[in-house]
Write a protein that binds this ligand. Structure first.
Ligand SMILES: Nc1ncnc2c1ncn2[C@@H]1O[C@H](COP(=O)(O)OP(=O)(O)O)[C@@H](O)[C@H]1O
Ligand SMILES: O=P(O)(O)O[C@H]1O[C@H](CO)[C@@H](O[C@H]2O[C@H](CO)[C@@H](O)[C@H](O)[C@H]2O)[C@H](O)[C@H]1O
Length: 456
């Protein structure tokens, strides 16, 4: 591994943390480099939020994690992760799941280090810093001046399976701490801020955010939003209705309306572009390339490659016919789990980060809105294939109701764009196969069953 002591900017305590982090990091749900060993670290920034000489120490770290590149991939400098490290003499039993390890040498020798977000006190330090708009080292805690943060809200870490980590404060706010960070604009803050400016009520408006200024680059690190108290997500609700044998058409229709409201507001708030034949061909080529990469990663896709390609050829065929389409900013990874229904029945969309596996710059490109619709259609299909026996009719009814709801607000039914929809649905199913193979191999049969249908 890269010896951290050799990096001049490396605080000495990081040297003794390195072997502990090397074991701990790959076990975290949000760690994107699973399956490849961690060979070293380079600190991008280390900020002391509470000194370690008291009962509780707290460090904020941005750490570049070195790993060998995936087979066939370009050499890569390593992903940068955000960590909050707590330091205590000993961990109370309630914090046992947060243990990173016991430090044996260096300035923290004899101390225990742990994932600080599990611990209310460090999480409350973050909220207080946002409330007071603190600046600590390169960290900038900022707040919407029109929104207040009450003092003394109690923190609890959310334990849901996530790509990032979220802390809920009282029942009032939720702070999403991004884990894998890159410099530049982050759509998870950019899009909700843009929608708030448009007065769109379908997305919780950011109250405060944390960013870091390091070597003339800016990193968005966390976003605080109002917490939709008592909400259920669309995935839980859909599974509940499926288990009861109930249809979900009314909710699917409401979700279609909510999606259209967000799309309409985004088309007003952020630039749109016209896609001509060159861009449609490029879209089709991109899908074909992603399919080829997916076949490499998941050889079980190979028998379907030819069939799937016909959807992309049809998309390229539209280009020849000379039609144009509008592309705009969209959600980018829309599925039932990204939709929250409040106890009053209102739907909100969350998590505008885009597909975690896509390059960050690509995630901010304007896209045909049909891409989000395809994501939701896939999600109804997913739900219907998690029950035994699968419930394809349930999915069919939801998919139709969702498109009708969308058309009621947007004025155009997405099913009118059948070729585009099929291409995007195929692209999404291919993405899902790779996602499941990497993160949840037990789920692989779900997108694979769609692949078989789409390739037929
Ligand atoms: N504003 C909110 N109100 C209530 N719950 C929320 C809110 N935002 C997110 N959540 C909950 O937190 C979970 C994770 O949020 P999400 O933004 O999807 O994070 P990730 O990018 O880590 O998947 C969601 O599935 C949802 O249950
Ligand atoms: O972590 P994110 O919410 O950003 O999204 C990733 O994980 C999702 C699973 O948690 C994954 O979604 C897939 O599984 C869902 C059921 O768990 C299903 O509703 C979606 O339709 C399906 O795509 C998503 O693709 C991935 O980016």
């Amino acid at each position: 591994m890269t010896p951290m002591a050799e990096t001049v900017t490396t605080p000495s305590f990081l040297v003794s943390l390195a072997p502990l982090l090397r074991e701990w990091l790959p076990r975290q749900r949000w760690f994107a480099g699973k399956g490849r060993p961690v060979t070293g670290f380079t600190p991008v920034a280390a900020t002391e939020l509470l000194p370690p000489d008291g009962r509780l120490g707290l460090y904020h770290l941005l750490l570049r994690v070195h790993q060998p590149s995936a087979l066939g991939a370009e050499p890569h400098p390593g992903d940068c992760y955000q960590l909050l490290i707590g330091v205590r003499e000993a961990l109370p039993p309630r914090l046992a799941p947060a243990l990173i390890g016991h430090v044996t040498d260096g300035p923290l020798a004899g101390r225990t280090v742990y994932e600080a977000l599990y611990d209310p006190r460090p999480a409350e330090v973050l909220l207080e810093a946002l409330r007071t708009q603190a600046r600590i080292g390169g960290l900038r805690f900022e707040r919407d001046p029109h929104q207040e943060i009450r003092e003394g809200l109690v923190a609890r870490l959310m334990t849901a399976e996530q790509s990032n980590s979220s802390v809920v404060y009282g029942d009032t706010f939720i702070l999403k701490l991004l884990r894998r960070v890159v410099p530049g604009v982050n759509p998870d803050l950019e899009i909700p801020l843009a929608l708030a400016r448009e007065g769109c009520p379908r997305v919780p408006s950011p109250t405060a955010w944390l960013h870091a200024e390091i070597d003339a680059e800016s990193y968005v690190l966390a976003v605080l939003q109002p917490f939709v108290s008592g909400a259920s997500d669309g995935w839980e609700l859909a599974l509940r209705e499926l288990a009861k044998g109930e249809d979900f058409a009314a909710e699917a229709r409401a979700l279609g309306r909510a999606t259209a409201e967000v799309h309409t507001a985004l088309a007003r708030a952020l630039p749109t572009v016209t896609l001509g034949h060159v861009q449609l061909q490029a879209l089709s080529d991109g899908m074909t390339e992603r399919l080829a990469a997916a076949v490499q990663a998941v050889p079980g896709l190979r028998p379907y490659e030819g069939g799937l390609r016909s959807a992309y050829r049809a998309l390229a065929g539209l280009a020849v016919e000379g039609q144009t389409w509008t592309a705009q900013r969209i959600h980018g990874d829309l599925h039932l789990g990204q939709c929250l229904r409040s106890p009053s029945g209102a739907w909100s969309l969350i998590d505008f980060e885009g597909e975690p596996a896509r390059p960050p710059a690509e995630r901010r490109l304007p896209q045909p809105p049909v891409r989000d619709i395809a994501g939701m259609l896939r999600s109804f299909d997913y739900a219907a294939h998690t029950v035994s026996p699968p419930a394809p009719d349930w999915a069919r009814v939801c998919r139709a109701a969702y498109c009708s709801g969308y058309a009621e607000v947007a004025g155009r039914d997405p099913r009118t764009d059948a070729v585009l929809l099929r291409a995007f649905e195929t692209d999404k199913a291919v993405y899902e196969v790779v996602y499941e193979a990497r993160h949840r191999p037990d789920w692989l049969p779900v997108p694979l069953s769609a692949i078989r249908r789409l390739a037929a």
